[in-house]
Design a protein around this ligand. Structure first.
Ligand code: NAD
Length: 293
């Protein structure tokens, strides 16, 4: 079996995969390979799949499958897997860090200090304890964030139409979530239903001074509407790891909006997570190897 590692994985992975066959990273050799490993950078479009004449398995190291034409791949008999739950802790920790950076005012304090400004009087703080955290999507990542919020004394509620019950949060309607949350965190895939679900209309239903966190997908939030809501103060802060495109277009309105905390799509990038993803890739290959033996 020939395995193409097309994107960045943990450096220990190639040697772990050698038991399954030849491991290569030369993308020009796509037509020869049986298996391709991708993260977000490689786009497995129809054209890409058509070039990969021998392809039998695509593994995405990560949660979604948005960069893979799954239907087309499966129509060609190619199996497609991701490493679904491996990244939950890494992304939840980043979401929590983004959330707590707002009331603690760490970013403004740090920027002030780098400019030799002592903002002790200006930086009035608040606390997470006793505040309501509303999760939109309570799957693997939402649940990990819920546990952390509860640990900090928050009340955690969630809107997730596909769940009937949840181990540690109260499920509510989206209207209740918008009306009651001090912090709203997105943990949904990007679909027709979730695209731009945070927009001027839905922001209008939220509490004044709400804080919105996005470690899901940039497209779930209308960036123009968010920039306006930040300028008006309706939204106190928008902390985001995700963008319409990676990196964002230089004209992205969030660059010039106030109270935005930005990270460059690093939710899944912890070294521990890269090792976990590698372990799941090995398990998927073991199953595939047995099926095809
Ligand atoms: P998951 O599948 O475990 O959970 C997603 C949840 O969203 C499910 O429970 C589902 O029922 C719910 N859902 C679907 N449509 C919904 C809707 N319209 N409204 C409310 N809930 C809805 O996925 P996960 O592992 O928790 O990941 C969530 C998302 O996080 C991924 O889809 C991906 O977009 C994003 N992600 C980002 C990073 C990053 O680097 N920032 C890394 C991994 C995943």
């Amino acid at each position: 079996m020939k395995i193409l590692i097309s994107d960045a994985f943990d450096p220990s992975l190639p040697s772990k995969l050698e038991a399954f066959g030849e491991v290569i990273d030369d993308k020009e050799r796509l037509p020869e390979v049986d298996v391709v490993l991708v993260r977000s950078k490689t786009k497995c479009t129809r054209d890409y799949i058509d070039q990969a004449k021998n392809l039998r398995l695509i593994i995405r190291g990560g949660v979604g499958l948005d960069n893979i034409d799954v239907e087309y791949a499966r129509s060609k008999g190619i199996q497609v897997f991701n490493t679904a739950s491996a990244s939950a802790v890494a992304v939840a920790e980043l979401a929590f860090a983004l959330m707590i950076s707002v009331p603690t005012r760490i970013v403004e304090g740090h920027i002030g200090m780098t400019q030799r400004e002592w903002l002790k009087k200006q930086l009035k703080r608040t606390e997470l304890m006793g505040k309501t955290l509303g999760l939109i999507g309570a799957g693997n990542i939402g649940t990990e964030l819920a546990r952390r919020g509860i640990g900090f004394g928050m009340r955690v509620i969630a809107f997730d139409p596909l769940l009937k019950s949840h181990e540690c949060v109260d499920l509510v309607t989206i209207d209740e979530l918008f009306a009651e949350s001090d912090y709203i965190s997105l943990h949904v895939p990007l679909t027709d239903t979730t695209k731009a679900m945070i927009n001027s209309d839905t922001i209008g239903q939220m509490k004044d001074g709400v804080v919105i966190l996005n470690t899901a997908r940039g497209g779930c939030v209308d960036e123009e509407d968010m920039a306006e809501a930040l300028k008006s103060g309706k939204v106190r802060a928008y902390a985001t790891d995700v963008w319409y495109s990676d990196p964002p277009d230089p004209t992205c309105p969030l660059y010039d909006a106030p109270n935005v905390i930005m990270t460059p799509h690093i939710g899944a990038s912890s070294s521990e997570n890269m090792l976990r993803i590698g372990d799941v890739v090995v398990r998927i290959l073991e199953d595939f190897d047995q099926q095809t033996a």
